[in-house]
Ligand binder design. Structure first.
Ligand code: PEP
Ligand code: MN
Length: 353
């Protein structure tokens, strides 16, 4: 259930209502301050609570609505229909993700391989306009014989790249035991497609305060994905960013996955959470990444995650879908045209030499 307060409701009245709901009704009110109005999300058993009774309880209550969807906190209704934002602190300053902010570009290699390559990639993607460096330390590989990531030592290399460039860091968490060390370096914690429904892991990242980047499971419905986000939100962490990275369909001959770009407008209707598109895993082929990146911007994505490697032919993972830094530079130029057209690209793009 959500309570929409009238514009200009005094803080003291909102707090009085929250106290009453906590003490007399044993509910957990969550105050959400939107652009125009304050909304109180009510969590708990509201079956006996009559909306009319609530309206009579406080003259500042404008409207009381029941949230019918199974995901409550993730739903758009929970914020009275307003898109939300996730603001991530980085050494270069806070970076906001969300509909009312510029497009955020996250770029970097699939895996952190050595210091030189990660620092060099970080410099290049920063110069091109990216705000975050991605790079896997712990890699979820289909085969146990494939490169598994350098683990903790890769976190040190990400820290060195961050120190050098001031970029925010995003890296994947697979095992809750690695969380404390990973969170020291990573500004956003990635939960990969294969762990989207790892509920104990979702509860763990819900109980800490670093923003969570939740990739869509490769066979997950939108509702299952939003229910996974709900686990993190219900754990107390309100900073969840969704990432569509391609789903399994019947044809895998020419593209690794099917990038579901329709997820962008669908999610806009269902949730307030910011949306990212990952065209690299979405297609599995570097040559398709530019077209999908531009289509994603035109479709209203809030962010893009793009794999960039200094020498894709030699990459230890996901080389075929990785762009070279030069190709990434050009892509940023190409994307700026679409980004400006949809008013999401105020940042300057350095000219190519
Ligand atoms: C990755 O980002 O490198 C990755 C493994 O992604 P996904 O979980 O989408 O496969
Ligand atoms: Mn990858």
């Amino acid at each position: 259930m959500i309570i929409v307060m009238k514009i200009g409701s005094p803080e003291a009245e909102i707090n009085r209502l929250c106290d009453e709901l906590t003490n007399n009704w044993k509910l957990t009110p969550e105050k959400i301050v939107g652009r125009y109005k304050v909304v109180i999300g009510l969590v708990g058993d509201t079956a006996d609570l009559d909306p009319l009774q609530l309206q009579e309880m406080n003259p500042w209550v404008e409207q009381v609505l029941r949230v019918e969807r199974p995901y409550k906190r993730a739903s758009l209704e929970f914020r009275n229909g307003e898109a939300g934002e996730v603001i991530v602190p980085t050494p270069n300053g806070p970076v906001p993700f969300g509909l009312h902010h510029p497009l955020v570009v996250i770029a970097g290699p699939c895996s952190v391989e050595n210091e030189e390559m990660i620092v060099e990639t970080a410099r290049r993607v920063k110069a091109a306009g990216a705000k975050f460096l991605r790079g896997g330390a712990y890699k979820p590989r289909t085969s146990p014989y494939s490169f598994q990531g350098h683990g903790e030592s890769a976190l040190d290399l990400l820290a060195a790249a961050k120190e050098e460039t001031g970029l925010g860091i995003i890296t994947e968490l697979m095992d809750a035991a690695d969380l404390p060390r990973l969170a020291e370096v990573s500004d956003i914690i990635q939960i990969g497609a294969r762990n989207m429904q790892n509920f104990p892991l979702l509860k763990k990242v819900g109980a800490q305060d670093k923003p969570v980047f939740l990739k869509r499971g490769m066979s997950a419905t939108i509702e299952e994905w939003l229910m996974a986000a709900e686990y993190v939100l219900a754990g107390g962490n309100q900073n969840v960013i969704l990432c569509e990275r391609g789903i399994r369909t019947f044809d895998r001959q020419y593209a690794r996955n099917t990038l579901d770009l329709s997820a962008i407008p669908v999610l806009r209707n269902l949730t307030h959470l910011p949306i990212t598109i990952d065209p690299s895993h979405g297609t599995g082929r570097a040559e398709y990444v530019p077209a999908m990146s531009m289509a994603a911007i035109a479709s209203g994505t809030d962010a893009l995650m793009i794999e960039v490697h200094p020498n894709p032919a030699k990459a230890l993972s996901d080389g075929p879908q990785s762009l070279t830094p030069d190709r990434f530079d050009r892509l940023m130029q190409e994307m700026s045209v679409i980004g400006k057209a949809v008013n999401r690209w105020p940042q300057a793009v350095p000219a190519l030499v």
